[in-house]
Design a protein around this ligand. Structure first.
Ligand SMILES: [Zn+2]
Length: 208
């Protein structure tokens, strides 16, 4: 099996899990795996497919800008529109895999904390790669848009190496890691943290 086939198989399996969680509704969301770094090459999900039904063949190789490269089995395929942000995140962070889903909690949290979502003193922060106590985390929030270069610039301006996540307001969340598995573990824990924050904030406000 080639590296691209292995990446395609892993991306299809992870996408099915996220679809089952309700985090890739319709054809939303996209996953990528870094295939090489000099120059940067990523395998990313093709555009417009149901993420619960992907095969290992439903990936496209893109460059740092998210554009399909010529040297691959199916250069005519269209990568996800958001592949450019995957490329920027992988280039800046050094991540080996980037995951983007349309989970609800991150988007609601960004409405409540548009300048960045604060998290601290929660056990689940350990699953996000941070400490459970006295280690305040701020998950960056950027405005939504369709220009991946502008989104990439906004991401890079607020990037912190110890915070492997980015919320795009009124849109969804990006999380990254060394591989798809680490990224998923971080995303699962972050989604719990954001859901807790929103629900606890709602509760304390209504109790006043
Ligand atoms: Zn999206």
């Amino acid at each position: 099996m080639t590296a691209l086939e292995a990446a395609g198989r892993a991306i299809a399996a992870e996408s099915a899990r996220y679809a089952g969680m309700g985090w890739m509704r319709g054809t939303s969301g996209n996953l990528s795996v870094v295939l090489g770094r000099a120059p940067l090459r990523l395998a990313v999900t093709v555009s417009g497919r149901d993420k619960g039904e992907l095969s290992m063949d439903d990936v496209v190789v893109v460059d740092e800008r998210g554009e399909a490269v010529a040297d691959q089995p199916h250069p005519e395929r269209t990568p996800s529109a958001e592949a450019g942000l995957h490329g920027r995140i992988a280039a800046v962070s050094g991540a080996g895999a980037v995951v983007h889903v349309h989970a609800l909690a991150p988007v609601v949290a960004a409405e409540r904390w548009p300048g960045g979502v604060p998290l601290r003193d929660l056990e689940m922060l350990k699953g996000f790669g941070r400490a459970a106590h006295d280690d305040p985390v701020t998950v960056p929030v950027i405005a939504n848009g369709q220009d991946m270069r502008a989104l990439g610039d906004a991401f890079e301006a607020g990037y912190a190496a110890d915070t492997p996540a980015l919320i795009v307001a009124r849109h969804g969340v990006y999380v990254w890691g060394d591989d798809l598995r680490q990224a998923r573990h971080r995303l699962e824990c972050l989604e719990w943290l954001l859901r807790f924050s929103v629900q606890w904030d709602t509760h304390t406000r209504s109790a006043r």
